[in-house]
Design a protein around this ligand. Sequence first.
Ligand code: NDP
Length: 287
Amino acid sequence: MSDRYAVIGHPIQHSKSPLIHGLFAQACGHSLRYEALEGPLTPADGFERQVLDFRAAGGLGLNITAPFKLRACALADERSERAALAGAANALKFEGGRILAENFDGIGLRRDIEVNLQCPLAGRRVLLLGAGGAARGALLPFLAAGPATLVLANRDEAKAHALVAEVAAVAAGRQGQPGAATLQACGYGELAAQGRFDLVVNATSASLTGQLPPVPASVFSPMGTAYELAYGKGLTPFLALARQAGVRGVADGVGMLVEQAAEAFAWWRGVRPATTAVIDRLTVPLD
Ligand code: NDP
């Protein structure tokens, strides 16, 4: 019988994860079965039971997507530092009777930006919009890349300040971690005074409803990059604003999706699959 994996979310029917993991397995010559499982209507309504049933049926690992990432993290017996800081897991592994939790969203995002888009973060001015689960997952991997400045802006400013304080404390306790002094929080109202950034990342969920976070066009640098975490939405209002500001390097989150999947595959299977062909297959032109 093939090794079993799945993704749980609600809704789940449009998930690209079965396609991505199927392509990885084919490329690596692994025999596995990867399903999309519709989670309960509300997380409180049996998500944990579904995870435990999947494990009892022989499942080896799960990807977790909205709205279950927080509950998946809480359910685990062990959490990586990334998952613990985010308070959210996007991958689980069942090992020796224990449930291990990981969060590969941030590392997948960093890899897509640095490796695929060839936009190194070291020494750069980086602006991250949003302080939700995706932004939480991105902060430690971004800091570890050694940016000159990393500014976190959020609509709820107090949330941005609390998150920056939390991450700075973790970074300060890590040997060799580039300085947490580069990390700052602010509200959107303060961004006009911040000047231009080499990289602006939209980690808000505004694009899912066709909205634009209140970011001034002055943050964009024509030679820089604008990155939208949402994918499959075409030229979102955020990316359109970046284009109007003259930014040539604009990208959506499809590469991040594939890179986080590759990290999960490597964690489960011990081999990191190549991602370029899979990203090319899933990429939809922005306009
Ligand atoms: P959360 O719900 O955890 O956080 C949402 C964030 O967006 C909050 O910071 C919220 O601000 C902010 N926000 C929402 N609407 C607006 C608005 N109109 N203007 C300004 N800020 C707004 O979401 P996630 O962090 O889980 O997801 C964020 C995005 O990342 C989504 O688009 C999601 O699809 C995408 N994503 C992509 C992945 C990929 O693989 N490409 C993986 C994971 C996520 P406030 O705190 O003030 O309410």
